[in-house]
Design a protein around this ligand. Sequence first.
Ligand code: MN
Length: 318
Amino acid sequence: MWLEPHSLGALLQLFAPVLAALLSVLQPHGAPSPTQEAPMSSPRSPQFITSSKATMEGAGVHLRRAFGYAELPRFDPFLMLDDFRSNDPDQYLEGFPWHPHRGIETITYMLEGSVEHGDSMGNRGVIGPGGVQWMTAGHGIIHQEMPKPGPDGRMGGFQLWANLPAANKLMPPRYRELTADDIPKVPIPGGEVRIIAGTLGGVTGPVTDVVTAPEYLDLRLQPGATLQHPTPPGHTVFAYVFAGELLLGGRLLSDHSLVLFGDGDHVSLAAGPRGASFLLVSGHPIGEPIAWRGPIVMNTDDEIRQAFEAYRNGTFLR
Ligand code: MN
């Protein structure tokens, strides 16, 4: 027996917060709303709210970066989200000429206009309005991405970078492409969701083989509509507004707003008076060291040096 009688009280005191937490989990938190599929008890609160910032990439494409290198590793497993909507072809027609990638996956989702692309594996294609392309750079790919205006002169979409875990960084590269018709549009109370990856209302999106298996939703809510959406505890969850406004904690978050949520088992979202269109993305953090230079993201500086050396001496592709 290691416990002396007088220390029992101290021990109980020590465990009091744990007991309280246990009890609070066991206690009901009010009746679940009719739209809930399972009881959700811990809402995620906004942890970080910001706006995408104007920057330039490629051969002089003006775009907005929602998050990137400066935010590492806050959005793990995601590295970057670029918003390249533009009404001025002069600001994007130079595009992203031939450049390498290694160690990541990119997911490009078009709202309007298109992106013509080609790569070192001989793939050629066009990502059209509402279409999605995802690319596993794996051990290496060299590609170009050239945005083109739609018939109304408009062009825009998003590119999300998902990191690859060390075990998959050097996997064989691959490219997949989907048209708008391949993306399920599912009505939900007060709106509609386009499911790019993940499952909502029993419907699963077509992007299923991104290694980190993210959930990627394009949600359109009518004015004042609300949505409670379950998110696995421990996953990184963010929303990015691209039209209307999200009403969050008494604040109206308009176009270009980015919200990173703290931990919990669901997000509770509400549209403002003009409705809200936004991306809702989540994924399991990888939790590994990140070494990142330009289009190449590895675990160590040594691996970065090797990658650039291989690119210079022509042995980057296998
Ligand atoms: Mn690229």
